[in-house]
Write a protein that binds this ligand. Structure first.
Ligand code: APR
Ligand code: PHB
Length: 401
């Protein structure tokens, strides 16, 4: 048995845990990361790829924006395709110049892992049987690695262990409330080394269901199709995928679509989920451990980043100014932004997908709502300001607003 001591013990080495580690390191606060999977597994996971400006700013503050600045693609607009016609939402024009950056979460994770390696920071990968204890008093963690038992004594625990993690599950039932909505369809995603169909993302509302044309670079595309939850990846050959995508697109996009062999194909369910509160004594939940959004608004990674902005700031304030103010406000501040992003993601999902059992009336109302949004400056502005990311303000981090 080995006993370790640190200031902040971070559970989970996804973007939330890694970013927190990097920001704490920069501020001279001791921490370690404990992750149940291997480093190779963590750095290969394919996830979404849209960064709000505030997330880009935070990565810059963490000193991990070199690749992002070089390879990230700034986007000043998105297209919405409905009734066979594309409508551009001028994100920048509608939000005083704000934009989003297309840069894969896989790359964000790799950049953070590399920075960690360069700084020689401690991570325990492939940790088994991770457990958290004593977070209403003296917190500590235990885990096994390579047949050895470890105990980590710490001041705080950051639960960055995703939706299926153990941190949220360790909170006594009477201290936690969860809110959930599960959607009756999934997204079939394909990654392929083909040039994107368009310079900008296209969100597609069609009779045949939702589709999304996204990208990772000028030569790598990411496409999605709404599919029934009963579908299996094996049901979808590449040929069938491209055929169905074409069927959901407009004429111009059909002509521009370049197809090719998929390099990744998977089906993800859609879920909205929020945990209240997000702090339990000395245990903080952040990122997917605390909330899930359906990917339609591209908010998952950005919400994880804003939690970490609040949490890192609160911890830095605690250690440098001996103030508990940030810690005490953590949950409330996060949840305000989380619920707004939940609403936006739910709304985008609702508006753009076909739901089984939807009546013709429901469909007409939805089409009218979309026509209103697209045809109104106010409607477009609402969409744009949510898409580029709502502002947040914290003491040591000046968010773009
Ligand atoms: N012990 C240690 N690590 C764990 C445990 C455990 N019991 N359970 C889960 N983990 C690890 C997972 O293996 C994963 O590497 O915690 C990490 C959580 O990472 P993510 O799921 O990527 O969550 P987060 O860092 O909050 O990132 C949020 O990921 O799912 C997307 O849309 C989401 O983009 C958002 C981002
Ligand atoms: C992606 O590129 O994977 C992506 C982009 C936008 C979304 C969801 C996913 O809304």
């Amino acid at each position: 048995m080995e006993i370790l001591q640190t200031q902040v013990a971070i559970i989970g080495s996804g973007p939330a845990g890694l970013l927190l580690g990097q920001l704490l390191y920069k501020a001279g606060i001791e921490h370690i990361i404990i992750e149940q999977r291997s480093a190779d597994y963590v750095s290969a996971r394919i996830r979404a790829g849209i960064l709000e400006q505030v997330s880009v700013d935070l990565l810059e503050k963490a000193g991990v924006d070199k690749q992002l600045k070089e390879f990230g693609l700034p986007h000043t607009g998105i297209e919405i395709l409905t009734g066979g016609e594309k409508h551009r939402i001028d994100l920048s024009g509608l939000t005083q110049g704000k934009q989003v950056t297309v840069y894969g979460q896989t790359e964000v994770t790799k950049d953070l892992m590399q920075a960690r390696e360069e700084a020689n920071l401690t991570s325990f990968y492939e940790a088994d049987d991770v457990k958290v204890y004593g977070f209403y008093g003296k917190p500590y963690i235990s885990f096994n690695k390579d047949g050895k038992f470890y105990q980590v004594n710490c001041d705080f625990i950051a639960g960055c262990d995703g939706y299926h993690g153990i941190c949220r599950a360790s909170v006594p039932e009477d201290k936690i409330k969860t809110f959930e909505k599960v959607y009756p369809f999934g997204w079939l995603g394909v990654l392929a080394d083909v040039p994107p169909v368009s310079d900008e993302l296209i969100y597609v509302q069609s009779e045949r269901g939702f589709a999304l044309c996204s990208m990772r670079s000028e030569i790598r595309s990411r496409y999605y199709l709404q599919v029934p939850l009963t579908d299996k990846v094996e049901d979808w050959s590449d040929e069938r995928f491209w055929e169905e995508l074409k069927n959901r697109l407009d004429k111009e996009s059909q002509e521009n679509l370049v197809t090719g062999p998929s390099i990744e194909k998977s089906i993800a369910p859609l879920r909205s989920f929020v945990t209240e509160p997000m702090r339990f004594g000395k245990l903080f939940l952040a990122g997917d451990a605390a909330h899930i959004v359906p990917p339609t608004g591209a908010k998952g990674l950005n919400l994880a980043a804003s939690d970490i902005a609040y949490l890192s700031d609160a911890l830095i304030e605690f250690y440098t100014q001996n103030s508990e103010e940030g810690i005490n406000q953590y949950s409330e501040k996060c949840l305000k932004r989380v619920w707004k992003a939940e609403r936006f993601s739910w709304w985008m999902t609702h508006l753009l997908h076909r739901f089984e059992g939807e009546s013709e009336f429901d469909l007409k109302i939805k089409q009218a709502e979309l026509a209103y949004v697209l045809g109104s400056h106010a409607g477009q502005t609402t969409l744009a300001e949510n898409y580029v990311g709502l502002p947040y303000e914290i003491n040591n981090f000046q968010a773009a607003s």
